[in-house]
Design a binder for this molecule. Structure first.
Ligand SMILES: NC(=O)c1ccc[n+]([C@@H]2O[C@H](COP(=O)([O-])OP(=O)(O)OC[C@H]3O[C@@H](n4cnc5c(N)ncnc54)[C@H](O)[C@@H]3O)[C@@H](O)[C@H]2O)c1
Length: 321
């Protein structure tokens, strides 16, 4: 058993990671500031299983303000998932929030980690650091040319991690997640919105013409890769891995999949393409397979089915009614 710190513990992916680490027998400290990106009650609910577990402790606080040295003391491994997500909202004024929550928060945490005995630091980065691909699978050493301020903030955090790895010996790994879905998916993400609207018989909003291709990664696969990275032996320098789901689909096809699973034929309303939304994402997973033993297990059909079952059950749950 080891002591693991998970930042962003109340979020979509963070809460699944916490649940898995508890099942595997670890002691887990979760940090989250419950930002207003989406509702606090959804995040509390994400943690409902963990909050009653005796090996879990939640520290509510902002990484940009709290005393981090004390939090990192005695922690063996850190999974840093806290951050401000979302390509669409990262343009304009709100970029300040992205700088703070994605860049400054990471730098503060790295300072604390470099002064502690933490054995492993894993960062949740994003496929958004690549920008447009050339129409084929993208390997980790491909050019990084983010198409959105969000992608740029994640890339800046990666660079900080590389710097603290080289100069201050932080034993870090960077994981670039590709569109993650499954139960607890953030409410503004595509599949969440499609389920919510189509199941009420309302028109589904698609940004762009629906031909964008996405590499889709089921959340338990992302958790597998993150746990593997937390357990792997540190290299001399921070190492980067793509974490994809091995399935690609167009956004238009996703609407159809959701509709079929719900027994509905949703009307689609096409909206202007979101600036920074790339046409295609495609992960080359060979490095993650070779070095982390990572292999995605959940097919798109299984995963979408699981998310729909979860979403419908949540809607029936009394506390969210
Ligand atoms: N969901 C995806 O498809 C996806 C894809 C690529 C990368 N990522 C990355 O994975 C991570 C988790 O994403 P998610 O989808 O679970 O998002 P999420 O918004 O559900 O979770 C992030 C959590 O971090 C917390 N947080 C933000 N800033 C904080 C701060 N300064 N101090 C403490 N807590 C803070 C938020 O309250 C939230 O609960 C993010 O870093 C995101 O950039 C997600």
């Amino acid at each position: 058993m080891s002591k693991v710190l998970v930042t962003g513990a109340a979020g979509f992916i963070g809460s699944h990671l916490v649940d898995r680490l508890l099942v595997e027998g670890h002691e887990v400290v979760g940090v989250d500031s419950f930002t207003g990106y989406y509702a606090r009650n959804i995040k509390r609910r994400n943690l409902s299983r963990a909050l009653v577990h005796k090996r879990f402790r939640l520290v509510e606080g902002d990484l940009c303000r709290m005393q981090l040295r004390a939090i990192c003391e005695g922690v063996d491994r850190i999974a840093h998932l806290a951050g401000e997500p979302g390509v669409r909202s990262s343009w304009g004024e709100p970029f300040e929030i992205y700088l703070e929550r994605n860049v400054y928060a990471t730098q503060r945490l790295l300072e604390a980690v470099s002064a502690s005995g933490t054995r492993r630091f894993v960062y949740a980065s994003s496929s958004s650091v690549y920008g447009p691909d050339g129409g084929g699978p993208v390997a980790e050493d491909a050019t990084r040319r983010p198409a959105s301020p969000y992608g740029l903030s994640k890339l800046a955090a990666e660079e900080l991690i590389d710097l603290y790895g080289r100069e201050r010996g932080v034993p870090a790994t960077v994981l670039r997640y590709f569109t993650v879905y499954g139960p607890r998916q953030r409410p503004e993400m595509a599949i969440s919105r499609f389920i919510s609207l189509a199941s009420r018989g309302e028109a589904v909003e698609v940004f762009g013409d629906g031909t964008q291709m996405r590499e889709m990664t089921y959340v338990s696969d992302v958790v597998d890769a993150t746990v593997a990275a937390l357990e792997a032996r540190p290299g001399d320098r921070p190492r980067v891995y793509n974490v994809g789901g091995g399935s690609r689909t167009t956004v238009g096809n996703l609407v159809e999949l959701v509709g079929e699973a719900l027994g509905e034929r949703p009307e689609v309303r096409y909206e202007t393409r979101v600036p920074g939304d790339v046409h295609s994402t495609w992960a080359d997973l060979r490095r993650a397979a070779r070095e982390l033993g990572y292999e995605p297990r959940v097919s798109l059909e299984e995963g979408v089915g699981a998310q729909i079952r979860w979403a419908l059950a949540e809607r029936r749950a009394p506390s969210l009614a």
